[in-house]
Design a protein. Structure first.
Lengths: 424, 427
């Protein structure tokens, strides 16, 4: 098992990788190239709308994107909101006309457009919560129209609180199935894990999927702002596993956890302690969140960070603004202090856990995430003693973006084929 | 039924619908704009592919497209071939590892990339046939991995010949279901109708789909080059309907025919004579193929042309070159002048059939197809006496391109919701 999966051949000379590989997000050849800012990545993320079954609707995406001024967060929110409204109206019409499949698919698209639109808004902007609720309610309306329906779940959590999730059954027959618990990262909701997270892909392959959020993630925090991120992710994971294993359609011997983005910290952290999980996917492995976020803000990950460093942060880049406002709030850190922010992120570290991760692990990275992330992940991977597999998706494969957002077909093929083999 | 469906809100001022609007193909806001030539449309066509089930692989498409110099047909062929080879290898690896769903999805993607790569090749280029066969073989391998499997069909046709097709069952139970017969147009294979043609969308909605080709279409001609296009499309349609109605899992009262592109001529033509078809979709309506196809290649359809029409054609546009090579061959006009070819296209006309089309008809027209196609189609539509529905897809809908290839979700929602309503009373 201790293997590096076969890589695609390196890019040919004609492939012109004249490309900016940044930290986490790069302007690589597999991207639309419509925006210079992080808008391009969020556009690709939106392009999954409609793509789980019905061929996609990227014309809807392109034509919306062409109305948006690069880096203008307000125009981003307004235009996606407009498209979301239009598609939600289609969904309602289809539903009232009895066209169930069309309704379901339009609700799914509308849900993702609401999500795309709210992305960069700050928590204090009232539109953020309104759009989140539209996102959630469209998804819920779609989920009721699946066969078997996707089940909304409230996971019992500490102090009488709950965490949001959805259970997708592989089949209605009820035999025990292998199950993948799917987590996002620093900017995700459990609803969108249906798409890029692998929910739909799981069910097609006979796996149950449990889409869920821990504290601090976008939906959990939107529903209860006392739920901020915590480094000891094994705690929320314990509650999630308790729920999943309470079901009689889950095979406890074949229970995997997959984490995306910041979930590349959460998932390995959780399995170091939560031994009921029998396989883990880190996409990609993030052993230290602090240097990655420092570099993501355009700062030197090795230099000291005082508040003087604010001058070096280009807040006109929407993702940097997002990291310093919205993400900061969900970490439970008061905005405005870089030392407080990065000190807090320093607690999100896997150092010392190398030997405690014992189940099989897949480290899944994209070349477009850049050498810093690729390097940190690989260095940690090298120290692991569990059965392990590493797969770097290269530029030429067109799945090089963070979390393979631009090639879920390839992502899910790699993930589930690996799980099939692990669970044999 | 005689209605114009509710339209999306008109584009706001900011939508800039000033996008160059040509005939059939244009550079509208819902396009990727990686290329200025027809390459851009073919990129979109490939983008539909992985999206039937597994979220798509837009990165694979962008990464391939970015290796290609606009207008360079050789570069186009080679870049897509490399990607097709790579993805086909993934499919084989998945299959030998027992990962059936992953294998099926990779075969589907590879199949499309083979088709995309061979698109602009001339019939005389040996790679054209070879890449077509790879396209077909990948699809056939995927087809066997569906549950129930997609069935490859040879439709008995004239003189012992056959036409290619696939039957997709809505369910394995065998009870009679509504069925949509799907055809492409001037540059399509029956395999790719699985995606944007509506095959997958049909099955998800409880319809059987029959993906098929008539003579002259890309697969039929590749398999037998005596099979060239013919205007009397009711003849091949009769054979196709004979096959479909020979099946016990088809409800004969709910049998539809949907035609795309050049199929916007074929489908209404067939329905005028073949009364076993109970509903027809024209996407879009092509009542006169000659002026529209001439305008498509930037020839003025109103200008009288002499013998030397060749010199007026800009062959640096890949689509124009395809028009006078591969497409002309498939029209049975190989070796003939462009003027003779245009005369031949004059035979593809729906004039006089307005009153003979009696089943309900849905006309889908896209703003990006340009004013000529829009007005010609609408004029014919206005004369129809059958129950009829017209749906214009605007720029703001993001499905504004020819056959709505940039928004199959919207396309299939419109088509199947309409069929649901039409067939309610045939139950």
């Amino acid at each position: 098992m201790n293997v590096i999966l076969k890589q695609a051949p390196a890019t040919t000379a004609s492939a012109k990788p004249a490309t900016t590989i940044g930290v986490i997000f790069g302007a690589t050849p597999g991207m639309p190239g419509m925006f210079n800012s992080n808008f391009d990545y969020q556009l690709v993320r939106g392009m999954l709308a409609g793509a789980y079954g019905e061929g996609g609707a990227f014309g809807e995406l392109y034509s919306t994107a062409r109305l948006i001024v690069d880096r203008d967060i307000n125009s981003w929110a307004v235009e996606w909101g407009r498209t979301a409204e239009r598609i939600e109206a289609i969904a309602e019409d289809c539903l009232s006309g009895g066209h169930v499949v069309s309704a379901r698919e339009a609700f799914l698209r509308a849900s993702l457009y609401w999500r795309t639109g709210l992305f960069y808004l700050e928590s204090k902007d009232p539109r953020q919560l309104v759009m989140y609720h539209r996102h959630r309610s469209c998804f819920r309306q779609a989920s009721a129209l699946f066969d078997p329906p996707i089940e909304p779940v409230s996971i019992p959590y500490e102090n009488g609180k709950t965490l949001p999730g959805y259970f997708m059954r592989a089949s209605a027959t009820g035999g025990r199935r292998p199950t993948l618990m799917i987590l996002g990262g620093g900017d995700t909701t459990c609803e969108e894990l249906y798409d890029f997270g692998g929910g739909a892909a799981a069910v097609r392959r006979g796996y149950n999927a449990f889409l869920w959020e821990g504290p601090g993630q976008v939906g959990a925090y939107a529903l209860d702002s006392s739920l901020t991120y915590r480094p000891d992710w094994e705690v929320p994971t314990r509650y999630a596993v308790d729920y999943v294993l309470s079901r009689n359609d889950v095979d406890p011997k074949r229970l995997a956890l997959s984490g995306h983005s910041m979930g590349g910290y959460f998932a390995p952290r959780a399995v170091a302690f939560e031994k009921r999980i029998t396989a883990v996917i880190a996409n990609s492995l993030t052993p230290e969140c602090k240097p990655v976020l420092l570099a993501g803000m355009g700062l030197d990950p090795n230099a000291p960070y005082g508040d003087a460093a604010w001058d070096q942060i280009d807040l006109s880049e929407p993702m940097k603004k997002y990291m310093s406002t919205n993400l900061c709030q969900r970490l439970g850190v008061i905005e405005g202090s870089l030392p407080a922010y990065f000190d807090e992120l320093g607690r999100y570290s896997l150092a010392g856990l190398e030997g405690k991760i014992t189940c099989p692990l897949l480290n899944f990275a994209g070349e477009g995430e850049g050498p810093l992330m690729n390097g940190l992940g690989h260095a940690f991977f090298e120290k692991l003693t569990c059965p392990k597999t590493e797969r770097l998706v290269r530029l030429v494969e067109g799945g090089e973006a963070h979390c393979q957002m631009n090639n879920p077909s390839l992502k899910h093929q790699i993930e589930f084929d690996w799980l099939d083999d692990v669970f044999k | 039924m005689n209605i114009i469906q509710k339209q999306a809100a008109v584009a706001t001022a900011a939508t800039k619908p000033t996008a160059a609007t040509g005939a059939i193909f244009s550079n509208s806001p819902g396009m990727p704009r990686v290329f200025k030539s027809n390459f851009d449309y073919q990129v979109v066509r490939a983008m539909c592919t992985g999206a039937y089930g597994d979220g798509g692989a837009v990165g694979e498409i962008y990464a391939t497209a970015r290796q290609i110099v606009d207008g360079d047909l050789e570069g186009w062929t080679l870049a897509w071939r490399d990607t097709a080879e790579r993805v086909e290898r993934i499919a084989h690896d998945c299959q030998s590892g027992g990962h059936i769903v992953s294998a099926r999805e990779a075969f589907l993607r590879a199949s499309t990339y083979w088709k995309t790569g061979q698109f602009y090749l001339e019939s005389k280029d040996p790679r054209q046939l070879e890449m077509y066969q790879r396209h077909r073989a990948c699809f056939a391998q995927a087809a066997a991995l569906f549950d129930p499997p997609i069935e490859p069909i040879s439709i008995p046709y004239e003189n012992g010949k056959t036409l290619p097709g696939y039957f997709m069952r809505a369910s394995a139970t065998g009870s009679p279901r509504p069925t949509v017969m799907i055809i492409g147009g001037g540059d399509t294979t029956c395999e790719e109708l699985y995606y944007w043609g509506g095959g997958a969308a049909a099955v998800r909605r409880g319809y059987n789909a029959f993906l098929w080709e008539g003579p002259g279409q890309v697969g039929a001609y590749s398999l037998d080059s005596t099979l060239t296009y013919r205007p009397d499309w009711e003849v091949p349609t009769r054979y196709a309907v004979d096959y479909v109605l020979s099946r016990k899992d088809v409800d004969p009262e709910r049998l539809a025919l949907s035609g795309h592109s050049f199929g916007g001529y074929f489908a209404p033509r067939a329905a005028a004579y073949e009364k076993r078809i109970k509903a027809v979709i024209a996407n879009s309506l092509l009542p006169e193929c000659k002026p529209i196809l001439m305008a498509m290649v930037k020839l003025d359809p109103n200008e009288p042309y002499g013998k030397d029409l060749e010199s007026k054609l800009d062959l640096s546009e890949p689509l124009n070159k395809l028009f006078v090579t591969d497409f002309k061959d498939r029209c049975g006009m190989s070796g003939q002048s462009l003027a003779a070819f245009c005369d031949n296209l004059g035979g593809y006309s729906l004039a006089g059939l307005e009153g003979k089309i009696t089943c309900p008809l849905l006309y889908i027209i896209s703003e990006g197809e340009g004013p000529l196609v829009t007005s010609e189609g609408h004029k014919f539509y206005a004369k129809l006496t059958c129950p009829k529905t017209e749906r214009v897809i605007r720029f703001v809908d993001g499905g504004e391109i020819h056959c709505n290839l940039n928004n199959p979700s919207l396309k299939h929602q419109i088509e199947f919701d309409w069929l649901d309503d039409v067939f309610k009373k045939n139950k």
